[in-house]
Ligand binder design. Structure first.
Ligand code: PHE
Ligand code: CA
Ligand code: ZN
Ligand code: ZN
Ligand code: ZN
Length: 286
């Protein structure tokens, strides 16, 4: 697969940290830090030549928006989707949760656009609003699709927390509509020698609306409040008896805490999936 440059991915995270620093330390729904995050991502995607849409919606916590960016494909009529939530909690800047997934998806998109690849399928990247208050953005997006648009979406892969400070390598195992995406993610980890475990996120991120719509989903996760076991520290390094992300949903979820090696490995995993799904015969995903 492609090598997505981690220095560029990390630079997006530093930019999101700067946005939080200039906006009362947060990028949460209904705050100027969220709008500035949208402007940052949209600006990069527009400059790279994407067909970019900002989809606005209301929540009980204020207005929010999704950024959707298409790289049009060839004749298949099918769409492969990759997404991450762009909002933080109110308490902090949300750099691992979920600047990390957003920076990884963004840099993969920019690298894809610059590659000269000609996809068979439309490659669609999504940056969701208001995940933290209850998955509002992704739910709004799926609800807004016609049945025709819905059936064109062959898969959705989700990236929520991929640079945890004491990282693990987890692959979602709650894929009610088939395990094709899961198995392609684990195959990539196997190929590059990363040991992995399944996790059951129980629909607690933006893939849930896609599960409900009957679309095959998958995702990866580097861990949150759970404690790393000795066995996990033996295979992944880091510190046994500590949380994967001791700053989860806190003010200390800052750019200096990110494990850049995990960010690199997981962003290259996004890259591997994007490059292969762009040209994939979609009979075989689920
Ligand atoms: N969605 C949760 C949050 O943003 C964290 C999470 C990530 C849950 C990945 C499941 C899977 O706080
Ligand atoms: Ca890389
Ligand atoms: Zn969160
Ligand atoms: Zn999250
Ligand atoms: Zn691979």
């Amino acid at each position: 697969g492609p090598d997505i440059p981690v220095t560029a991915t990390k630079a997006h995270l530093d930019a999101l940290q700067g946005i939080a620093d200039q906006n009362n330390g947060t990028r949460a729904t209904g705050t100027p830090g969220y709008q500035a995050s949208v402007d940052y991502v949209k600006g990069k995607l527009d400059a790279a030549g994407f067909q970019t849409t900002v989809q606005e919606f209301d929540t009980p916590y204020g207005k929010s928006s999704n950024v959707i960016a298409d790289w049009p494909g060839g004749t298949s009529g099918k769409v492969v989707m990759f997404g991450s939530h762009l909002d933080s909690v109110e308490a902090g800047p949300g750099i691992n949760d979920n600047g990390s997934g957003s920076a990884g998806v963004l840099e993969t998109a920019l690298t894809y656009a610059a590659s000269g690849e000609k996809p068979t399928n439309t490659v669609r990247f999504a940056f969701w609003g208001a995940e933290e208050q209850g998955l509002y953005g992704s739910s709004h997006y799926v609800d807004s699709l016609s049945s025709e648009d819905k059936s064109a979406i062959a898969s959705y892969a989700n990236f929520d927390m991929i640079g945890s400070q004491n990282p693990g390598y987890f692959v979602y195992d709650d894929n009610a509509n088939g395990n094709g995406v899961r198995d392609d993610l684990t195959a990539h980890y196997d190929e590059v020698g990363i040991k992995w475990e399944y996790t059951d996120p129980q629909g607690r991120s933006d893939h849930a609306a896609f599960i409900d719509a009957g679309i095959p989903t998958g995702g990866i996760y580097s861990g949150g409040e759970e404690t790393k076991s000795q066995e996990q520290a033996d295979k992944w390094g880091g510190t046994a008896g500590e949380e994967f992300d001791a700053c989860y949903h806190q003010a200390c979820d800052t750019a200096d805490k990110i494990d850049v090696d995990a960010l690199d490995k997981n962003t290259d995993t996004i890259g591997a999936l994007v490059w292969s799904y762009a040209g994939k015969d979609l009979g075989s995903i689920n």
